[in-house]
Design a protein around this ligand. Structure first.
Ligand code: NAI
Length: 349
């Protein structure tokens, strides 16, 4: 095992979050202890806990910590309904210009609807229809007679996400990148994205197979033959929809990690929410957050730690006695953590 006591540890912000967040973050902390503590965690609040103690869902101290570390692992946050609160996730993306959202989906528990799924969706995270330029046009006393939304894609933004996706594919020994768009109808908005991605792709033609798909055809193909895809790159809204579809191929959101990456900061998270229905009951499955932590380790070049963690997760989940309730098993969140730690210690003997 690497001795991090004598090496420089990597500072990282750790946000426990709400609901099941603290329970699953506790497992991550214990597992990283077993991995030799490559990170020094700066623990900060966001979400409902933060709102109660500091009056802000995203306190300045938390933002300052991420600014300092450039790296964060975030538990799920409850979004209060009503009251005009802006989504913390959108605020984080905009503040740190986290332009790339990476969602890998890989089959871990066998026996599901699809076997051997292993694909990655790269979603543009800041542009498109998510810019939120919306308004109503009143007609004849109906204030909401017409609703309008404007999407914005830029050449620079399309170039940046395309380059990210191709570089990601090369670095991770992927073979193929599919550009997903709707350029037959949204000719300007997604035509610009397609054209730019193809131009950047030409620089990678010697290393990658590159093709494109219209989003509706892609959605159908993902159901009929998901194995034909390797890396998918798409605009914000299509990426949002397809990434949940892809999570469905590998057993749902409980197994899906996500990374939000910018030039100066990267924030890693589970894709699921705070699961208030099971919070505090020891029923939460920490796998998605652990996989997010593995992505974070790999993002910082800790490939060995990432691999040990992934192998331990695969090994524990491959046995029925190693599964939490959502996967049809019986063990608690913390017992799952204990089994992982045993595996990690065994692999280091
Ligand atoms: P959810 O993902 O929290 O829960 C949906 C269902 O999946 C629930 O039955 C829950 O028990 C189950 N589930 C989720 N994660 C699980 C896990 N790790 N282990 C076992 N079961 C799990 O979605 P929901 O209920 O729509 O949202 C709850 C809150 O979370 C809302 O306030 C929502 O805004 C917030 N949210 C936050 C996200 C984030 O911080 N990234 C993402 C999605 C929702």
């Amino acid at each position: 095992m690497t001795n991090y006591a004598t090496q420089k540890k990597i500072p990282a912000t750790l946000i426990p979050g709400d609901g099941i967040g603290p329970e699953i973050v506790d497992v991550v902390e214990r597992v990283f202890d077993a991995l030799g503590n490559p990170f020094t965690w700066e623990k900060h609040q966001a979400g409902m806990n933060a709102l109660e103690t500091s009056g802000d869902l995203l306190p300045a101290t938390t933002l300052d910590s991420i600014r300092r570390t450039g790296l964060a692992l975030k538990g799920p946050l409850t979004t209060p309904i009503g009251g005009g609160f802006r989504s913390v996730n959108v605020r984080l993306r905009e503040t740190f210009q986290l332009y790339a959202n990476v969602r890998p989906a890989r089959t871990i528990v066998p026996g599901g609807r699809y076997e051997n799924i292993d694909l990655v969706l790269v979603r543009e995270n800041l542009e498109g229809l998510y810019v939120g330029h919306e308004h109503y046009v009143p007609i004849d006393g109906d204030p909401h007679a017409v609703a309008m939304a404007t999407g914005i894609n830029t050449r620079a933004g399309s170039r940046r996400i395309a380059r990210f996706a191709f570089e990601y594919a090369v670095r991770n020994n992927r073979k193929k990148v599919t550009i997903v768009h709707k350029a037959n109808v949204l000719k300007a908005l997604t035509g610009l994205f397609l054209e730019t991605a193809q131009q950047i792709g030409a620089e990678y033609a010697d290393r990658l197979e590159i093709n494109d798909r219209i989003v509706d055809a892609c959605a159908m193909q993902l159901v009929l033959n998901p194995w034909q895809f390797d890396v998918i790159v798409s605009t914000n809204l299509f990426g949002d929809i397809l990434s949940d579809q892809i999570a469905g191929l590998v057993g749902g959101l409980g197994m899906a990690p996500g990374a939000n990456i910018g030039e100066d900061a990267a924030i890693f998270e589970a894709v699921h929410g705070s699961a208030p229905d099971i919070a505090g009951k020891g029923m939460a499955n920490p796998t998605a957050l652990l996989l997010a932590a593995a992505l974070m380790a790999e993002h910082k070049g800790l490939d060995k730690e990432g691999a040990i963690l992934r192998n331990a997760i695969d090994a524990v989940l491959s046995t029925e006695s190693g599964r939490t309730v959502d996967l049809g098993g019986k063990i608690s969140t913390s017992k799952f953590g204990d089994l992982l730690i045993e595996r990690i210690r065994d692999s280091q003997k």
